[in-house]
Design a protein around this ligand. Structure first.
Ligand code: IMP
Length: 197
């Protein structure tokens, strides 16, 4: 499957780029990150994952003249009425996710709720330089752990236990996480679309 020669990953988040690179590895597509092309970080002005994902993909596809794959994702926690959601990156003080997870656990404790349900959402957008854009959404439901555990992955992985497992994403290998994660599921839909063309 080779629908285009080169693809830009519209993200400056190293954890996300690493996961997307790994998912793209089996396909014969040359890809590079926005940083490698000196493309700017796009300000996330939208209020939904889809809005931000489209915005990043279309802006950088136009700027680079190349097809562009963007991912907007985040963690939605029941006890916090869906927060931090689209603000997941900004929720962590100075983008320090160790502090971000401490804050999340503290806020859940203070909410008085016993509901530890949460989900990760990911909207991937594939935009062409002519602004044609397709979106693919993936979700994984789970629970917020009582405490941080595991050092794998990135962001909030050490506090998220996906349904059907008794360990946090912090204990998953990259391959294992891709099989169940929001990003893995969105990516599978993208691949299904590309192979149907
Ligand atoms: P954005 O999509 O660049 O706005 O960033 C989303 C933020 O959500 C990331 O910085 C992470 O903190 C969090 N996030 C998204 N996906 C994951 C994941 O797979 N594991 C852990 N945290 C994630």
């Amino acid at each position: 499957m080779k629908k285009f020669n080169k693809l830009v990953i519209a993200s400056h988040n190293k954890g996300k780029i690493a996961e997307i690179r790994e998912m793209l590895a089996p396909f014969e597509i040359e890809f590079c990150s926005a940083a490698e092309l000196n493309l700017p970080d796009v300000e996330e002005t939208g209020t939904t994952f889809e809005e931000n994902s489209r915005l990043k993909a279309i802006t950088l596809a136009k700027a680079s003249g190349l097809p562009c794959l963007a991912d907007d994702s985040g963690l939605c926690v029941n006890a916090l009425n869906g927060r931090p959601g689209v603000y997941s990156a900004r929720y962590a003080p100075n983008r320090d996710f160790d502090k971000g997870m401490d804050l999340l656990l503290k806020e859940i404790a203070e909410s008085g709720s016993t509901d530890r349900g949460a989900y990760f959402a990911c909207v991937m957008s594939l935009a062409m330089p002519n602004e044609d854009c397709k979106v693919f959404e993936g979700r994984v439901e789970g629970q917020i752990a009582i405490e941080k555990s595991g050092s794998g992955g990135f962001g909030y992985d050490p506090v998220f236990i996906p349904d059907g497992y008794d360990k946090t994403f912090g204990h998953f290998s990259a391959e294992e996480k891709a099989l169940v994660s929001h990003r893995g599921r969105a990516f599978a839909k993208l691949m299904e679309y590309l192979t149907s063309l």
